[in-house]
Design a protein around this ligand. Structure first.
Ligand SMILES: [Zn+2]
Length: 220
């Protein structure tokens, strides 16, 4: 299991450079500059937060779940994880995590996969791929730029035979992760609207994103 490491106590909402409220089921995107720290907070608990990262001045370089897992030798992300790009570069480092369980294997929900998993009647429910598409289009990207993502706070145990199941989340209200950027990155979030499995406690809720400016020594 991953260590629980709390935030630097000097970091408060009052001294954050940015403070964003993201409604239930909504997307968000913003740039995190090199040296800045982004906190992604599961404000009400048991909320999956689907997240992608792109190099801010070259979107062709983006988060790679395969490289991140291989480099770490770990199936999950947590404190100390280096978020690796498809070019093999470190995009961000996870510096705090009050939850301890985050998936990067199960991908984002889509209308198509909902139909396969939960029946045709779910085809018109809102899904993360729609959120991602709405958000990446603001930056000139399209469907082809949506790659396998991180699901912060989503609980996906992997059994010894390799099977994965999405089960009840373990995040409590106010749980958070923090990542310090090693390069300027565009962060794209889908506050997951899924209501057919327990990834959001069957009740999608708002989340919060805070960004702090660089403090000396945070980036080598
Ligand atoms: Zn989703």
């Amino acid at each position: 299991m991953i260590d629980f490491i709390q935030t630097d106590a000097s970091r408060t909402a009052e001294n954050a450079a940015q403070d964003h409220f993201i409604p239930a089921e909504a997307p968000w995107s913003g740039v995190v500059r090199r040296g800045q720290t982004i906190r992604i907070e599961d404000s009400y608990g048991q909320q999956a937060i689907d997240t992608l990262f792109y190099k801010a001045d070259d979107f062709a370089e983006r988060y790679s779940n395969q490289d991140t897992m291989r480099e770490q030798g770990a199936a999950y992300v947590g404190t100390g994880t280096r978020i690796i790009s498809n070019e093999g570069n470190v995009m961000l480092r996870m510096t705090a995590d009050s939850c301890g369980r985050h998936d990067t294997s199960a991908g984002a929900c889509s209308c198509e996969s909902n139909t396969v998993r939960f029946g045709h009647g779910t085809k018109y429910l809102h899904a993360c791929r729609d959120n991602f598409l709405l958000e990446v289009m603001k930056h000139g990207m399209s469907k082809r730029d949506i790659v396998p993502n991180i699901n912060f706070f989503m609980n996906v145990p992997i059994s010894p035979d390799g099977k994965m199941t999405i089960v009840d989340g373990i995040s409590a209200p106010g749980d958070y992760v923090e990542l310090v950027a090693e390069m300027d990155v565009l962060c794209v979030i889908s506050n997951c609207p899924q209501i057919n499995n327990p990834c959001n406690g069957f009740d999608p809720t708002p989340i919060r994103v805070l960004i702090w400016d660089a403090t000396p020594g945070t980036v080598a």
